[in-house]
Every structure is written in structure tokens, then in C-alpha cells.
Design a protein around this ligand. Sequence first.
Ligand SMILES: NC(=O)c1ccc[n+]([C@@H]2O[C@H](COP(=O)([O-])OP(=O)(O)OC[C@H]3O[C@@H](n4cnc5c(N)ncnc54)[C@H](OP(=O)(O)O)[C@@H]3O)[C@@H](O)[C@H]2O)c1
Length: 316
Amino acid sequence: MSGFGWASTTDEVLAGKDLSGRTVFITGANSGLGQETARAMASKGAHVVMAGRDQHKLDAAVAAIRETLPKAQLDTLTVDLGSLESIRAATSRARQAFPRIDLLINNAGVMATPFEHTADGFERQFGTNHLGHFALTAELMPAIERGHLKRIVNLSSRGHFMGQVDFDDPNFTRRPYDPWASYGQSKTANVLFTVGLEQRFAVLGIHAYAVHPGGIETNLGRYMTPEMREGLMKRVSSSDTGFAWKTIPQGAATSCWAATADELEGCGGVYCEDCHVAEVDDENPKEGVRSYAVNRSYADRLWKLSEELTGAQFPS
Ligand SMILES: NC(=O)c1ccc[n+]([C@@H]2O[C@H](COP(=O)([O-])OP(=O)(O)OC[C@H]3O[C@@H](n4cnc5c(N)ncnc54)[C@H](OP(=O)(O)O)[C@@H]3O)[C@@H](O)[C@H]2O)c1
């Protein structure tokens, strides 16, 4: 047991940790959980590369962090995870500027968007939440291999309960679009990607962890209509889920824990929530990870599909 739990905060989880001399790369670092993860890690001496798609928002997030940590070592990198061209350009700049990355936190995400497509024609949630991070990680892998900590954290969600990956129609070309099935698919993909990374790179000492942060009020809900919000709240707060909101520092705590906990050393490929490794469970509405999200053959299938769709190649 970690000694941390549902209510633990980023600062509690990182107490006693020293991240000086370590480079942490965080996507979606200009908002919500990503910004708080950046602040907390910078407060422990890490050099944080804050990636986001809008330089003005990144500048505002840097300024907000520097209000309490004037000496924080922060860099920014603009990348749109909805464009393979943007990912290739940004990672090429990143490889020059940051030859060693110790921790990669794939945190950016969109939820319940209308039926839209990325620049490369992928359905937006699958394209941004999974395929964008798949391509980004492939390009950053040489820098992670050179890192000392060698961990990758993929932000998933309990939302993975809402959908498996449809390997025959991931982009909703033949089935009716449903924003929740799509979010669920993308968040299941985040866990399967974690399993796939672990299968391939544990041998090099690189380990991957999927995280459900909890329910936290951030900008993530911006695409929901009032009716969708009402339906979601009805679903998550029904009596059998025991739902309660976390604060942002509580929400980002599991990412910080997965990235640094000593007890996780060498044992990735798992899904973490409330600062512990979740059980595989296909029934429990309150916690756990569904078996389809940690299925090794699905992880392989998703890996191959993601390579085909993005053209990204991990070093072998
Ligand atoms: N909040 C929750 O209750 C909750 C629950 C479960 C899982 N999660 C997961 O936690 C992660 C962080 O979410 P959050 O709650 O902190 O939401 P948030 O405040 O909306 O932050 C999401 C971040 O992702 C960035 N992003 C979105 N699309 C992008 C793109 N195409 N390219 C680059 N960056 C992009 C956003 O940038 P812009 O500001 O430019 O849009 C923002 O920085 C997500 O993966 C989410 O699925 C959150």
C-alpha cells in the first residue's frame, strides 16, 4: 500500500522527493491537471517542459506558476496533438532542446467533443487523446531512453468504462457517432497503449502507467451541452458510484504518484487511481480497470493499428 489515497494532494505525494536535474515533459500543461502537475514537479526542482497548443495559454500558465515559484525551471513547447505535422515539427525541436527526458506525462485530452476530425482525418477524441500521444511518444522515445527515471504516465479515465476500442471502425465512419462511446474508446486506448509500452520497453527499463485522476472540475467539460452535463452528473452521482469531486491538487496527485513512487519501480503496464494500483474488475461501478483495457492481445492490435494510421515508428 502506498499510504496515499483518494484525498492525497500533489504536494503530499511528492514530499521528500528531489527532482533536481530531472526533465519532465507534460502535455496539456497550460490547464487543469497538467498545469498543477507542472507546478508540483517544478517545486521539487524538476525542469518542466510544458507542452500545449497555444503559446499565449502556455505563457499564462508559466506566469501563474512563477507567482508562487519564481525560480521554477520551465520551458514551453507548442504542439497540436491533432496534427501529425505539428507533432513531428515540435518533437524535432524538442529533441534538439531537451536531449534527455526523464518523465513523460501524456496528460492532454478532450472530452465529449462534437463529431469532428483532426488535421489527419481521425475522429477528434481518438486522434487527440490516443493517436497524437502515440506519435509524440514514438518521437520522444530516444530522449526517454537517455533519461534516468524512464517513466511514461498516460492519463486515462474511469470514462474507459463507457467504451472499448472498435478496431474495425475507430473513427466512427460506419457507426453512429456517440461522444461518450468515443471518449470511452480513447481512454481505453490510453490504458492499452500503456500495456503495449510496457510489453515492448520494460526490457530497456522504461515503464508506463495509466492513471485515472478522479472527477475534477477543469476545462475538460467545455464541450458538453447543459443536457449532456446533466446526464453525466446523474450517471456519476447515482448512489452506487459514491462520486465526489476532487480538488485539482488531489486530481493531479495520482499522476505525480505514478511518476515517482518507489513501490512502482519495475512494475508498469498498470492502471492507477487514488494513488494505488487498481484491480482488474468488470463489474464494480466505483473503481477498478476493465479487463478489455489491459488485454495484451488488444494492446498489440491497437499498437499495429496506431502505427498504420500515424506512420509513427518506435525505435526497435
Ligand atoms: N477532470 C477530470 O475530471 C478528469 C477525469 C478523468 C480523466 N481526466 C483526464 O485528465 C487529463 C487532463 O484533463 P483536465 O481535466 O486537466 O482538462 P483541461 O483543463 O481541459 O486540460 C486539457 C489540456 O489538454 C490540452 N489539449 C486539448 N487538445 C489538445 C491538442 N489537440 N493538442 C495539444 N493539447 C491539447 C488542452 O489545451 P487547450 O487549453 O489549448 O485546449 C489543455 O491544456 C485528460 O486526459 C482527461 O481525459 C480528467
